[in-house]
Design a protein around this ligand. Sequence first.
Ligand SMILES: [Zn+2]
Ligand SMILES: [Zn+2]
Length: 239
Amino acid sequence: MITCNCVVCRSADHKNKRLRVSILIETSDKTIVIDSGPDFRYQMLRANVQDLDAILFTHEHKDHVAGLDDIRPFNYLLKKNIDIYATERVQEGLKREFSYIFAEVKYPGLPQIEMHTISSEPFYIGNTEIVPLDIMHYKLPILGFRINEFTYITDAKTISEETIEKIKDTKILVINALQKQSHISHFTLDEAVAFAQRIGADKTYLTHMSHNLGLHEDVEKELPKNIKLAYDGLTLFCE
Ligand SMILES: [Zn+2]
Ligand SMILES: [Zn+2]
């Protein structure tokens, strides 16, 4: 957190360096990113990402979309458009934030995108089925995504029984846990742990953590064995 000198913000442990939430997914035929927040450019450079086919958006808040402009090197160097998957409402948000990308008369060098409208219905990216999950971020309906045995949910405050039905046999769950204190639009640590225990995935990783949550090492000691804190650079292998 800019200006903060708390133990997390001053920590030298790379697991306490928490950039904005995002994940890169490599399927058998596609490379997909979920959300392109303000740290997207640095995250792509840091992970030396060489290819990108698609961005899936959970919702239009700035910490999830602000990096969209930085897809341009993929356009220039790989000579391809990036497929964007977003609901109609999220597309409206993108048009407000990035009006130049959608302008009638485009100047050279703009981000090149191919828009795909999604809803709550499953769809395919290449060979892989993506199942959208309806989640409530306080009063804003947003999406999580299930991809085979893997489920990714961020910015949840309320999750319906209907959505729980869709993910209850997932093997790996990623779920948001902002801090220990209650928050209007995000799960607390206790809420995330209770949700994870209800789903009972083989492994759960907590994400979208604020510096208020505390040090990685300290918080992990308090967690049940199959629940871990995610950290920047974490890599998982799934079926
Ligand atoms: Zn801090
Ligand atoms: Zn967020």
